[in-house]
Design a binder for this molecule. Structure first.
Ligand SMILES: Cc1cc2nc3c(=O)[nH]c(=O)nc-3n(C[C@H](O)[C@H](O)[C@H](O)COP(=O)(O)O)c2cc1C
Length: 179
């Protein structure tokens, strides 16, 4: 498989959120491989997640109705991974949510390995969790929405989000102490 770089550190440092997608589709096989990279992290732990893989335009449109600010992301992304905490599997909430964060980050990095493919992690406000669960007919007693990852081929021609506030990455000195 073609890769962007074989140097893992370069890869991690060069990852950027992508919000401008072309209509080019990812294969189901590629999506499955990307997901396997998420799972790779904690195969001995309880893997407290459920992911709904959204590829159908109608379901994407339903997501866009709940989050209209990202309508063009939902319309153009090849797939959206809707990531839930599986409350049946979750016995240690803090570490399970951390596991989901690591799962999502692994997926973002796996996407970045693939040339011309990008992704963005969309965080979820508490007030829309119920509406998203309703789209999938999932009980909020059993599945708690954690985030959505939109993935697709990068469209270099458009950038509807170029004015989005880009935080400056802090220097290591700013957030570390040595003991
Ligand atoms: C927990 C989390 C939630 C995020 N939620 C959103 C979001 O709702 N919308 C969005 O456009 N980007 C979201 N992002 C992406 C950040 O905005 C992005 O990572 C940040 O702007 C840094 O840019 P970079 O990823 O290109 O380095 C989120 C990132 C994280 C880690």
């Amino acid at each position: 498989m073609e890769v962007r770089t074989s140097n893992l550190m370069d890869l991690i440092k060069s990852r950027k959120s992508v919000r401008n997608f072309s209509f080019k589709k990812l294969t189901q096989q590629a999506i499955k491989e990307i997901l396997e990279c998420g799972f790779a992290l904690d195969e001995n732990l309880n893997q407290p997640y459920r992911v709904n893989i959204v590829i159908h335009p109608t379901v994407k449109m339903m997501l866009a109705e709940v989050m209209p600010q990202y309508a063009d992301i939902y319309e153009t992304a090849s797939c959206c991974l809707v990531v839930f905490l599986d409350l049946k599997k979750s016995d240690k909430r803090d570490s399970d949510i951390l596991a989901i964060g690591a799962f999502v980050e692994n997926i973002l990095l796996a996407v970045h390995v693939l040339p011309e493919i990008g992704a963005v992690w969309l965080g979820i406000d508490s007030d829309i969790k119920e509406q998203i669960n309703e789209i999938f007919k999932l009980s909020d007693k059993v599945y708690e929405l954690m985030g959505i990852i939109a993935i697709g081929a990068v469209d270099e021609e458009v950038d509807n989000y170029k004015n989005i506030k880009q935080g400056k990455r802090r220097s290591v000195e700013e957030f570390t102490d040595w003991f």
